[in-house]
Each structure stands twice: as C-alpha cells, then as structure tokens.
Design a binder for this molecule. Structure first.
Ligand code: ADP
Length: 198
C-alpha cells in the first residue's frame, strides 16, 4: 500500500500512522519526525529548520521535497509506505507525483483524518506539557492550524477528484479510529507493485 495520512495538527496522525505501519508492514515516514531528529542532532539541516519548526511555519518546499525523495529512495519503501505530514503544499503534491511516476508508482489512498480544529488546541497544549514539543505553544499551534486550513486542507479536494480520498472521523478512542481506518482501507483497490506488472 502506498498511502498518505492528512489532517489538522493534533488529529492523531502520528499515533494512527504507527498502527497502519504495523498492520500493513510498511514504513511510516513523518517529515515532522525527520525534521525534529535533525534538530536534536544539531545537523546543518536541523540548525536551519529549528526556528521555522518552533514558530509553527512550514519548512521550504525544496528542502522538504529533497528529504522525502531521499527517504523514498530507500529500499524499505519497495513494498509500500505511509507518508505522514507530507505533502502539505501544492508544490509538494506535484513533487510527490513526479517522484512516484519516475518509478512507475502511484498512490493507493489518501486518508483524511477529520477533527474539529478548535477542539484540538486543548489536546496540543496538553501534549506540550507532557512531551515538551517546542512547537506545542499556543501561538505556534494557532499558526500551524491556520497554515493547515489555508494551504493543506485545500489539497484534499484534488485527491478527492482523483478518487483517492478516504475520509475518516478522527474523534473517539485510538482503537475506534484505527478500526475505521482499516475498514475504509479494506475497500481500497491496491494497484500492483511496478515489479509485478508484466
Ligand atoms: P503537526 O501535524 O502537529 O503540525 P508534524 O510533526 O507533522 O506536526 O510537523 C511539525 C513541523 O514540521 C511543522 O509545523 C513544520 O514546521 C514542519 N513540517 C513537517 N512536514 C512538513 C512539510 N511537508 N512541509 C513543510 N514543513 C513541514
């Protein structure tokens, strides 16, 4: 399965990604996690993106696309993958399509995890207290949510037109949401891996 998971900050993408990854035996690739580990390692990339992450803004498309292209070139993505937090902008959608088509690959489904943005603020503030993520402050949360609504949510429309969109209600227990995702994906017709095409 080649999948994307999209949804507003705090909708539970990371949590559900882990479950989907285990269920299908595919790597979950989170651009947010990649950036955060670069920040922790104080790599040149980490130093470059730290301030952007802390402010709640988006990292530039060129850097982000390059990171994803490198990650998708790893052999463990051959049997599929789940991208979490990418694409977030229209240029990223186009870049991903290009990366995939160069290898004769295409997406099987885009999971849209739906949740009320206002209710998510409290969840994120709590996460900020327990996990200490430096972008879970009220100001950075507000900016991330606004950027999501302005730049990322509109991308769902395009995936809908391509027949890829699977909308899932993100409210409820972790298990309930996972069940909904697996049920919805069970109905998705997977496209053959490039190697399996005669
Ligand atoms: P959340 O969904 O809670 O906002 P993520 O872990 O997905 O958190 O992302 C954290 C931060 O990493 C984002 O606010 C942004 O600064 C950066 N980031 C992650 N993915 C992308 C992307 N595809 N394009 C640009 N910036 C990104």
């Amino acid at each position: 399965m080649r999948l994307l998971i999209m949804g507003p900050p705090g909708a539970g993408k990371g949590t559900q990604s882990k479950r989907i990854s285990e269920h299908y035996g595919i790597p979950a690739i989170s651009t947010g996690d990649i950036f955060r580990s670069e920040v922790r390692a104080k790599s040149p990339l980490g130093l470059e993106v730290q301030r952007i992450l802390d402010s709640g803004g988006y990292v530039g498309d060129d850097i982000t696309n390059r990171i994803v292209a490198q990650r998708l070139a790893q052999p463990d993505t051959g049997g599929g993958f789940l991208l979490d937090g990418y694409p977030r902008t229209l240029p990223q959608v186009d870049a991903l399509d290009k990366m995939l088509s160069e290898h004769g690959r295409s997406l099987d489904a885009v999971i849209a995890l739906e949740a009320d943005v206002d209710e998510l603020v409290q969840r994120l503030l709590k996460r900020g207290e327990t996990e200490g993520r430096s972008d879970d402050t009220e100001e950075a949360i507000r900016i991330r949510q606004q950027k999501y609504l302005d730049e990322t949510e509109p991308l769902l429309h395009g995936y809908g037109e391509r027949g890829l969109l699977v909308r899932v209600n993100g409210l409820g227990s972790i298990d309930e949401v996972s069940e909904r995702i697996f049920d919805a994906l069970a109905a998705v017709q997977t496209r053959p891996e490039p190697d399996a095409v005669p």
